[in-house]
Design a protein around this ligand. Structure first.
Ligand code: PMP
Length: 433
């Protein structure tokens, strides 16, 4: 405990106060292995939050590939290197035939920035449409999309539409089809406003499963029709797969879950299992237009080291059938959590796919208002019981469950026991408080 307090004080000085930390009492983690993290006292926590170490913390195959490549060769991208070419070919082949070539970078932010610029060069127009509760990264351009139309105003070049959902729909009492139409109208409006101004419409960008929005239940058919609408208005469709991709949902790509075909796919977080590695993949024509216009160079990207590590991650996902694991372990966990909805009114909804599940915490009133403090209380309580989650979503009231893909059935069962205890304790406190 003293250790945590003094480290926190040193950290505030070294990094500047304001660098966020999780949990009421921050964790001091010193080691990871598979789906587990260990603190300085040797206490084990089940990691139910981190998607970056997708093939497991301290994965030996990835560590070995990283060390071997670093001890052999690591350079920038301006030399021929077969490993880099192999990796780009393998990555592109994980998508449909429209995806042929790859621009590598070092973060989701950079890869999204490349995607947005690619779409602007290709269309000759500048208007970007995103949802009103999104996060795609933190550069000046990409950060301008964060919660646009809700927490920050739309700009001449960035318009938002309300993210599609059925739990708190934009209009009550509609059939699923009519609700889908209602959201599509709002998207059409965001596009039309670009057409009315001289800005023009370049691209629709979405996280394929609307992760930061809170994993909403999307009205059936919405994304297929949204993509069609964007294309018929002359724009491109960008799938941000930074969270949704790499078997997170039990399928390779989130766009398979929501049912659309992107023109540009952005990947990041899990690609390097912790080594900074991100990519923007598209048709050869789109990538070449971008390369011609920008002469894009990124010192640490497209390196032999990125390629060796990226290949080892793909090998591990395939060899260990981690996509199948995500589907097989995630489905019963989600079903069990869904049963808890009936146990406590504060559990408003349980959503998600594969090993990405959100538990929506709500106030005990007819409006089912979001209860962010309760989601925070759940995350703190679960952490004290040895399970690491956090809160997320448009209203920060969704307990976010997104463990490494090596998470097992046994881990899921242990989590459910802790979840039930946390619910009992919080209910009892409310009764007495
Ligand atoms: N896209 C999505 C959907 C994200 O959730 C994030 C990060 N949380 C990013 C992009 C940005 O990635 P990075 O932090 O690697 O820049």
């Amino acid at each position: 405990m003293n250790d945590v307090v003094s480290l926190k004080a040193r950290r505030d000085r070294a990094l500047g106060a304001g660098a966020a930390l999780f949990y009421e009492t921050p964790l001091h983690i010193v080691r990871g292995e598979g789906a587990y993290l260990f603190d300085a006292d040797g206490r084990r926590y089940v990691d139910m939050y981190n998607n970056v170490p997708c093939v497991g913390h301290a994965n030996p195959k990835v560590a070995e590939a990283m060390a071997r490549q670093q001890a052999t060769l690591n350079t920038h991208s301006r030399y021929l290197h077969e490993g880099v070419i192999d990796f780009a070919e393998r990555l592109a082949a994980l998508h449909g035939p429209q995806i042929e070539s790859v621009v590598f970078s070092c973060s989701g932010t950079e890869a999204n920035e490349v995607a947005l610029r690619m779409a602007r060069f290709a269309t000759g127009r500048r208007g970007i449409v995103c949802t009103n509760a999104t996060y795609h990264g933190n550069s000046e351009l990409v950060g301008a999309l964060t919660h646009v139309g809700s927490r920050q105003p739309e700009t001449a070049e960035i318009h938002a539409f309300p993210f599609p959902e059925s739990y708190r729909p934009i209009e009550d009492g509609l059939s699923e089809q009519a609700l889908c139409d209602a959201y599509l109208e709002r998207l059409a409006d965001a596009i039309a406003r670009f057409e009315a101004s001289r800005v023009g419409f370049a691209a629709l960008i979405v996280c394929s499963i609307f992760a930061n929005e809170g994993l909403p239940r999307v009205p059936a058919g919405f994304m297929a029709r949204a993509a069609e609408m964007a294309r018929s208005a002359g724009g491109l469709v960008i799938a941000d797969e930074v969270q949704a991709g790499y078997c997170r949902t039990g399928r390779w790509w989130g766009y398979e879950v929501t049912g659309f075909t992107p023109d540009i796919v952005v990947t990041g977080k899990p690609m390097g299992n912790g080594l900074p590695l991100a990519a923007t993949a598209a048709s050869r024509a789109l990538v070449e237009t971008f390369r011609t216009k920008t002469r894009y160079f990124n010192t640490f990207a497209s390196s032999p080291l990125q390629a060796a590590v990226g290949m080892a991650v793909l090998d591990e996902i395939e060899d260990k059938a981690l996509g199948e694991n995500a589907a097989a372990v995630g489905a019963p966990l989600k079903a069990a959590l869904t049963q808890r909805k009936g146990v406590w009114e504060a559990i408003g909804d349980v959503r998600g796919e594969g090993l990405f599940i959100g538990v929506e915490m709500v106030k005990d009133d007819p409006a089912r208002a979001p209860d962010a403090p309760l989601a925070v209380a759940m995350a703190n309580r679960l952490k004290n019981k040895g399970f690491l989650t956090s809160n997320a979503g448009a209203f920060a009231n969704v307990v976010k469950i997104r463990p490494p893909l090596v998470f097992s059935h046994g881990d899921g069962e242990a989590f459910l026991a802790a979840f039930d205890q946390a619910v009992d304790e919080l209910q009892a406190e409310r009764r007495h408080g």
